[in-house]
Design a binder for this molecule. Structure first.
Ligand code: HSE
Length: 419
């Protein structure tokens, strides 16, 4: 494309660098986000992109598009030389990994929204991009419509960043809003989150904090350069939330939110975890309700900044996918600057968290390796304790915690080791 520029006081025609070729898209998945993208694209007529083929799993499901668009054979996309952009929006993380890897190895650009797959394979996919020169974009994978990844990559491309903290899962936030503000039943609110297309096909990913953890793993790579394997990190969820926990929070003027926390500390360490967290009214995320996400970014010199937007749903996420598609039109790619140019921090679990534990059976407390008890309450129908526990101890028992009849929440107090 030619454009006019003034060079040395003379009007010159110069070529600008992006290609004029239309993006010919092979789309994998036509669920909530895939069909959301289709509608967003239809309402964005200036976008030079067209969907040539949609690969689906179930050929018998009724679809809103002409059947000629659909195929059940991935190779109809992967082997089509005219398709220069693969958009992967399927549910199954293993299949998504194979599709994304094959497409990159075939030299195609890829846009993906699969946080589970990305959180588990990001290191390898970064290497493949480096070797093949193909580009993989996935802003849609974290926080729906909030452009968090590209901002971490481009604007926060220095080492002033100190923490990223926020609500990264729309479904659990929607459930908490319904339960806290409208006194809805937890299971009713969960069903509604599914009906509205916010929840994962297995909603335990949302409510047990896995989805938020996978997103946080991705943000850690772009914010700090550090890759943390999800199994090595702590996540726990809201699935055991009870009226006692809600009452406790309300009496203290607090809300409970499922919060992802990532903090830099010591000489050059980061720690991260996802937990239900007590949030006070002066916190930016206090008023983030329903399926919205909110992320507080903190850095040296600029202190706090806040990003807010819809974190789930077909159209908000579809618009984030569209933004990745148009970014590829401009040849944009992630440079992974924090990994390339910085001595990126080491992941450490050597921190002590203050937590609220509401429990039924006192024996269950023994799994935590409690460092110090701050306060405890023994009621007729429930008991709780506020105690200090090591993050490393929590990680060791994270599978067990989910099975026990207890609810834990982070009070926001943390002690860092001297690293
Ligand atoms: N299930 C996810 C959520 C969808 O509720 O946030 C968006 O990633």
């Amino acid at each position: 494309m030619e454009t006019i520029e003034i060079i040395d006081n003379k009007v010159e025609k110069v070529k600008i660098s992006y290609s004029e070729t239309t993006q010919v898209i092979g789309l994998f998945g036509f669920g909530t986000v895939g069909s959301g993208l289709y509608h967003v694209l239809q309402n964005s007529p200036t976008t030079k992109a067209r969907i040539k083929k949609v690969c689906i799993k179930n050929a018998f499901k009724e679809r809103s598009l002409n059947s000629k668009f659909f195929s059940t054979n991935p190779n109809d996309i992967l082997d089509d030389p005219e398709i220069n952009l693969v958009v992967e929006l399927i549910d199954n993380a293993d299949d998504a990994y194979l599709i994304v890897k094959t497409a990159l190895l075939h030299g195609k650009s890829v846009v993906s929204g699969n946080k589970t797959m990305l959180a588990h394979h990001l290191e390898e996919l970064i290497e493949i991009q480096k070797k093949t020169g193909s580009a993989l974009l996935y802003d849609a994978s974290a926080c729906g419509s909030i452009p968090i990844i590209r901002n971490l990559e481009e604007y926060y491309d220095n080492d002033l960043l100190l923490s990223i903290r926020g609500i990264l899962n729309g479904s659990s936030n929607y459930i908490l809003s319904r339960v806290f503000q409208h006194n809805d039943d937890y299971n009713f609110a969960l069903k509604k989150a599914q009906e509205l297309g916010f929840a994962e096909s297995d909603p335990s990913f949302d409510v047990m904090g896995f989805d938020a953890l996978f997103k946080l793993v991705i943000l850690a790579v772009h914010g700090f350069g550090t890759y943390v394997y999800p199994n090595d990190a702590f996540n726990c969820g809201i699935h055991n939330l009870s009226v006692h926990d809600i009452r406790y929070a309300k009496e203290k003027g607090l809300k409970i939110k499922l919060v992802a926390t990532l903090t830099k500390f010591g000489k050059n360490c980061i720690t991260l975890f996802v937990m239900p967290t007590f949030v006070s009214a002066d916190d930016y995320i206090y008023n983030v309700e329903d399926e919205y996400n909110g992320v507080v970014i903190e850095g040296a010199f600029y202190e706090k900044q806040f990003m807010f937007g819809k974190g789930a749903g077909g159209h908000p996420t579809g618009s984030a996918v569209l933004s990745d598609i148009t970014a590829r039109f401009h040849d944009y790619r992630y440079e992974y600057k924090k990994r390339k140019y910085f001595n990126y921090p080491e992941y450490s679990t050597d921190v002590v968290l203050e937590v609220f534990i509401r429990y039924h059976d006192i024996v269950d407390l023994s799994i935590f390796g409690i460092e110090e008890v701050i306060e405890k309450y023994n009621g007729r129908d429930h008991r709780w304790m506020i105690a200090k526990v090591k993050l490393s101890s929590l990680i060791k028992v994270k599978d067990l915690i989910t099975k026990l009849n207890l609810f834990i929440a982070y009070t926001g107090k943390i002690e860092y080791s001297e690293k």
